[in-house]
Every structure is written in structure tokens, then in C-alpha cells.
Design a protein. Sequence first.
Length: 225
Amino acid sequence: MLQNPYPTQCGLCQSTHVISYYQDKKRSYWQCQQCSLVFVDPRERLSPEQEKAIYDSHENDLEDAGYRRFLSRVLEPLLARLKKPSRGLDFGCGPGPLLAKMLAEAKHEVALFDLFYANHPEVLESRYDFIVCTEVIEHVAEPGKVLAKLLSILELGAPLALMTKLVINKERFASWHYKNDLTHISFFSRSTFEYVARHFDCELEFIGTDVIILTKHASALNNGN
């Protein structure tokens, strides 16, 4: 593969050892050779205004039974790991924070943060017993900084529960619907999350095809700086 002619860094690990991964009619995709993150060329990403316009067009019904079933894939394993009551953060909650509502129904307290819909940076200065980040990390240009921040505000032994679809291989990527969402710019694989777990000294669990739980070890305090 050709070396990337555009000097850039991986948004996760900051490596500059990046090679071409895939090209379609709309975007170019690169892969980091250190952490395996696949990401969209920075020159081909939406502006914040274009990104928000797409989010605003989504329907967010808090009573949607199908959406509840979808979120239960992360909710159920998370609840099994929590003591009642726990205090958590829904990072990237969107305009309709259904997962936070479901956690509140289970008697947990949940703070909200979203760059577009709940931009309250003060909540990122508290500490939490759990953090949920569902269908968010694939929208983030610098996931390394985001993961470092989230893990830094978790109590030791506390879970960070993520949902995101995983890259399998280049052949599947070519026909993968997930990459066609223009707001999706960072794509993780199992290898990428294994890098994250090593780097931040976390226990890593894969649950099903798209739920990932990172749990801070006792030695992980302030790691990742």
C-alpha cells in the first residue's frame, strides 16, 4: 500500500505510520499501522454544521420499543456490573437520551454530555461509577483524547461501556453500510480496542458484535497522559 502523502497523525495513538486502506466515491480511508484504527481523511470530513444537520434529521423517540431493545444490548451487561445506586455519565447522549432514561429507571443517576445537545463541560470534571458511550466513538476525530478523558474521570474498577460496529477486514469494509454514514469517521476493530486496553491498562471485554467494556485496573490512575 502507498504511504500517506498527506502528513497526518492517527487520532487514536498519534502515530504517523498511516497507509491507504480503502477509497470509495466520496471518501478516502487510512489505517494506522500502530493501533489499526481506520479513519476518514481529515480533508474529507463534514463541518460541524453539516454534521449537526444530519443529527437533527434523526428521529429520537424515547418510547421506541425497537430502540430500547437495541440499547438493552449494552444496558444489561452494564447493569450486571453496577451496584445500586451508582452515578454515571452518558457521553454523547444526543437529543433523545434514552439510555440515560433506562438507567434512571434502574435507579442509577446519570449526567449528560453531548457536544451539540448537552454541551455542559462541567460534568466532565466530576468522577463516575460508570460511563456509557453508545454509537459515539465512530463520530470522533481524536478518539485517543476522548478515551483518555473518559477513563480519567472513572473511579477505579469502574466500567466504560461502548457500542460501535467493528471493522472485520478490508473485503467486508468495501460493502460495509456503517462506513457510508458521513458522520462516521473513526472505525475500530478488535485489534484497535486491544491496543486501547494495553495503552490505558484496562480489562477488555467484547460482548456480542458491537458492545465493548473497558474496566480500569487499580494501576490505571491518570494513565494515558
